[in-house]
Write a protein that binds this ligand. Structure first.
Ligand code: ADE
Length: 273
C-alpha cells in the first residue's frame, strides 16, 4: 500500500518511523511519504490560509494550494494505476471505526490531507469528488484537535496493522476489541500468577480449553454491557448462544425480536423469562 500524507507539520508524522508501522515501511509493505503542503504554495510567504468568507473566527486553508497538492499526489490513477482514496481527517466527519480501517486496508493508495485552523475550503472535497475520486471525511471522535495530524497517525496505525505481514501473529487480530464479534476484549493476564495480592483467575490456570473460552466470552459480554451498552444493543441475537443470552439476561438485557434491549425497570419477569 502507498500512503501520502500532506501537512504543514511533517515532523508530526515522525512517529510513523517507529514500532510496527515503521517496521512495515522498512520491510517494503507500506510505502509512506510525508509532504509539506507549503511545497505547493506560489507566493513568497508560502501562504496556506486566509480569512473566512462570511466572517467569523480563525483562518481557512486555501483551495488552490490544496488543489495543486492533491492533483499531484493522486495522479497515479491517470496513468493506469489505482485511483487514490482521499482521506480528510476532520471533527465534522463520519466517526472512524474498525470497519473503516478494514475497508481502507484493502486500498492500494491513500492520500491523507491534514487540515489545520478552521479547516480546508469546502470546494476542495467537492472538486475531487466531482473529478471521480473517493473522498472520506473522517473524525476520530467527538472532540476537537488542533489539526488532522494526530487523527492521521491514529488512522494510519489502525490501517497499517491490518496489512498482510505487518502484525507477526495475525491470530491476535481475530479476538481483539471491535472485531467481528461486536464485543470488547476480555481481560488478559500473564506471569506472575500472584501480584500485589491479586491472583490470576483460577480458570486460566486450569488448562481446560473449553472452560477458558467460555470464561473469556462471559467477561467480554460483561465488559461490553458495562462500558458499551450501544454495542450490546447492536448485537444480533442469532449470533449469540443460549449461555450468552443467560449472561446478558443477568446483566439486564432481554431479547426483543432479533436484537437485545435493556429490560425496563419494574419488569423483572421479562428478565427472568
Ligand atoms: N481534526 C480536528 N479534530 C479532529 C478529530 N476529532 N478527528 C479528526 N480530525 C480532526
Amino acid at each position: 500500500m502507498r500512503i501520502d500524507v500532506v501537512t504543514i507539520f511533517p515532523d508530526y508524522l515522525a512517529a510513523l518511523d517507529l514500532s510496527l508501522v515503521g517496521k512495515a515501511r522498512r520491510a517494503g509493505l507500506l510505502d509512506l511519504r510525508v509532504h509539506d503542503l507549503r511545497a505547493w504554495t506560489a507566493d513568497r510567504h508560502r501562504t496556506v490560509d486566509d480569512t473566512p468568507f462570511g466572517g467569523g473566527a480563525g483562518m481557512v486553508m486555501r483551495p488552490d494550494v490544496w488543489g495543486r497538492a492533491l492533483d499531484d499526489l493522486t495522479r497515479a490513477g491517470e496513468d493506469g494505476g489505482p485511483a487514490a482514496h482521499i482521506i480528510v481527517p476532520t471533527p465534522s466527519g463520519e466517526v472512524f471505526t474498525q470497519r473503516h480501517a478494514e475497508t481502507l486496508a484493502t486500498e492500494e493508495h491513500l492520500v491523507v490531507a491534514c487540515g489545520r485552523y478552521e479547516g480546508i475550503d469546502a470546494r476542495v472535497v467537492e472538486h475531487h469528488r466531482a473529478a471521480g475520486y473517493r473522498v472520506s471525511e473522517l473524525s476520530i471522535g467527538d472532540y476537537v484537535l488542533n489539526g488532522g495530524e494526530v487523527a492521521a497517525l491514529v488512522m494510519i496505525e489502525a490501517v497499517g496493522r491490518l496489512l498482510p505481514g505487518v502484525v507477526g501473529n495475525p491470530e491476535s487480530l481475530v479476538e481483539e476489541s471491535h472485531g467481528a464479534a461486536g464485543l470488547l476484549e476480555y481481560p488478559v493476564y500473564t506471569k506472575p500468577p500472584a501480584w500485589a495480592g491479586l491472583e490470576v483467575p483460577e480458570v486460566l490456570l486450569s488448562g481446560h480449553h473449553a472452560r477458558i473460552e467460555r470464561w473469556r466470552r462471559d467477561q467480554a459480554l460483561a465488559r461490553t454491557a458495562a462500558r458499551r451498552p450501544d454495542m450490546v444493543a447492536a448485537l444480533e441475537v442469532a449470533a449469540l448462544d443460549r449461555h450468552d443470552l443467560d449472561v446478558l439476561a443477568g446483566l439486564g438485557w432481554v431479547v426483543d425480536g432479533d436484537r437485545l434491549r435493556r429490560a425496563e425497570e419494574g419488569t423483572p419477569g421479562a428478565v427472568a423469562e
